[in-house]
Write a protein that binds this ligand. Sequence first.
Ligand code: HEC
Length: 441
Amino acid sequence: MGVVQPVQRILILLFCSSLVGVLPGADLNESATNFPDKSNDVLAAGSWARGRRIFNGNLAKCSTCHRLHGTGVAVGPDLSDLVDANYEQVLRDISLPEFEVAKQYLIHEVTLENDTPLSGILRISGDDLLVIDRTGKRSSAKKKTVQKIVPTTKSFMPPDLLQGLKSQEIQDLMTYLLSAAPHMPNLAPNGPIRRSRQEVAEILADANELSNPLRPLNIVLVAGPKDHGLGEHDYPAWQKVWYELLASAQDVRVSTAVNWPSEEQFENADLVILYQKGTWDDRRAKDVDAFLARGGGLVLIHWAIGGGNRAAGLARRIGMAAGIAIGYRHGPLDLTFDGAHAITRNFEAVRFYDESYWHLDGEGTDVTRLATGIEENQPQPLIWCREHEKGRVFVSILGHYSWTFDDPLFRTLLLRGIAWTAKEPVDRFNDLVTIGVQLKE
Ligand code: HEC
């Protein structure tokens, strides 16, 4: 882009602010983004993100008996293969659990020798009997102390679960159960590198318990018009997928903006995440300075660190920025990590397949280099974080290819970076690491 004259700049600002908004047809925080199957009207009428919150929440209690997409307790059957299941049949299974009950899920009334009554499903192992009641309470007894066991016709799954829900909430729950989990539209699912369950478990190990209740967070996801080829720099797809992921977490409100957040979004945000072709101008400088000064968190992914011939200004806020003379390379990136930081806990050396940048503007002397890769025989910072006034900044150069966002190890780094930047425990979003991700066993 050439030099922008003042009048042009005003026009550009007007243009940009008119684009600030949310996804088409969406109400800011509670939108149904119709992910992912727009062709299915019934499922499109619900929101996957809201459905996940309801599933895991206290009203419907589904996750006290079912495990789905990495959360919940697996006492009842696995629900992960309901994608493409018959809608009416699933709705019937939820509203009339007694319609068809497999034997192992029938409630049994148990009386012990000392006349203690127990009621629930039975699990027998050796000499021991375990009775699990509908609240999840587990009572164990020696088999020989059992006086009487009487099966009922009742299912372990309570019949009245949907009664407390509004019809839109039931719709959301159905969309959550019957849709594929959000993931990037990939040319090659997960890209050239596939992680194993074991690898992911090792990286996530030693997580701290989260506080209860959680601090409510207000997150703004900022994208821009797509550039580059298929499967690269897909900012709009990222915005949709990460809207669903983050909005499906408890106590998180997510809104979206194209190009730049509105004044109101900046005022209310705890965290602004940018994935777009970056630019730097006076308006951005003013907004970012005010935001970081009051303790806001800023996350920049990949080309969002572009500042053109004004990159030095961006670099002063985020540590380093991409000017007009950067070096770059697409391909395998062998990253080594500073394991001392909470964001990189359990990371030592990992190969990703993405793009590196180097020859950045800014010294980067006041950043914490979380990950580096070798380019031109020098370790180059590829992921870093920084404190700026009361605020925090997290930057990932990785993020060129769509598949990187579905790489659970990259997700871990980004989600920890997001949490850290919002001054939250880095493990807050662990449940989102493997959603929609294909793992090798
Ligand atoms: C107290 C435990 C419990 C709770 C709470 C519970 N379920 Fe169930 N659910 C079960 C059990 C046990 C079965 C299997 C019963 C059977 O064989 O009919 C089941 C069956 C199902 C089925 C049929 C799956 C299949 O493969 O047959 C669906 C769908 C389902 N539950 C969804 C839900 C949803 C959605 C919620 C929350 C609104 C929920 N469940 C809450 C225990 C529970």
